[in-house]
Design a protein around this ligand. Sequence first.
Ligand SMILES: NC(=O)c1ccc[n+]([C@@H]2O[C@H](COP(=O)([O-])OP(=O)(O)OC[C@H]3O[C@@H](n4cnc5c(N)ncnc54)[C@H](OP(=O)(O)O)[C@@H]3O)[C@@H](O)[C@H]2O)c1
Length: 392
Amino acid sequence: MTLMKPGDSLTRVVILGSTGSIGRNGLDVIEHDAGKRLRAWGLSGHRSRETLLAQCRAHRPRFVAVTDPDSARAIREDLRGLDLDILEGRDGIIRMVQDPATDRVLSAIVGVAGLEGTWAALEAGKTVALANKESLVVAGPLVMELAGRRGGRLLPVDSEHSAIFQALRSGEHAEVKRVILTSSGGPFRGRSRRELQSVTPDEALRHPTWKMGPKITIDSATLMNKALEVIEARWLFGLEPDQVEVVIHPESVVHSMVEFVDGSVIAQLSPPDMRLPIQYALTYPDRVPCPGPRVDLTKALALHFEPPDRDTFPCLDLGFEVMSRGGTAGAALNAANEAAVARFLGSEIGFLDIPRACRAAIDHHTFDPSPSLDQLWKVDAAARLEVQRWQP
Ligand SMILES: NC(=O)c1ccc[n+]([C@@H]2O[C@H](COP(=O)([O-])OP(=O)(O)OC[C@H]3O[C@@H](n4cnc5c(N)ncnc54)[C@H](OP(=O)(O)O)[C@@H]3O)[C@@H](O)[C@H]2O)c1
């Protein structure tokens, strides 16, 4: 373990989406960094102006970028007197992540809106702590190719992928039999399809183990989150489709596992708290004390594992299908899901309509096995429109 002393080299961190759940946890990690090795170099927010303002006052970053035009106008006035560069829109994000002094970028904007920041950071050869799984779901092969070509690096923030990343240090890539992603099962684990017909957004937003933003919380209830993670894992770790599996683990203590060819299974355990995987992605390859809770094995601790109910939660099969197909399928699934979740949260469609609308968008899109980035944006727009018009 390396503990940095004050005065040792600093890691300047740009947090894209600092006002969200991951962003706020990232700032908490920086605030509690005992070695003072991490500094908030740039922050970005969209509409949560008050939160962004408070973060700027507390962390005094070099840059702040505001992506929503109305908020950007208003915040200029609010931030008068603070010594920082106020940037706007996507150009602001690009300026901040490509700044020569930026060392790491925590990519934590929600949805495909996060892809541009991930892309710009990798283009500049930066190390990206990736929370925005949508970047890899939509454009996995292109993003990985870009990282390799420009000397950038992706470090996982998703707790499952962080667990796999840590477990993979136990062996060589050729020695990996499969990775096993765990899922809490969400708030509706054990319910039947009939019971799920009438669940409300409020019920779906009550996650049993994790506190997260609204979109990923709904994704966790449908198991679409696990579907997106399956796709993310394939591209991030360079796996074959038959090397990725999912198991339900309601306690959310084992964050995922890697099985090696000899039958050894290496797991990573910690309480469900995102600060640990965020911190590991910011300090990697070093491990330093973390502000989050620890697993207490002196107290009774039962860990359960069961197979997922794929009939009740068909999003999971959509994820496995899209992972195997690659190409434009990820962009179609992701956009369809974002649009369907928005309609569900607006009470326009039911919970079980989310996978139905996604199925329709995937089936109707024109599949291309090796698309360009431009093509992926077009597929995204078409799938979104299709789901906005889709009728149950
Ligand atoms: N939360 C978790 O525990 C968790 C765990 C693993 C992975 N992730 C992933 O991390 C990402 C963020 O999740 P979250 O739960 O932190 O989401 P969240 O709480 O909803 O925060 C989303 C962030 O994105 C910003 N944002 C929203 N729309 C934007 C747009 N069009 N352009 C630019 N910025 C925009 C928001 O800004 P304003 O608030 O200022 O509007 C906020 O800062 C997602 O990809 C999610 O899948 C999250």
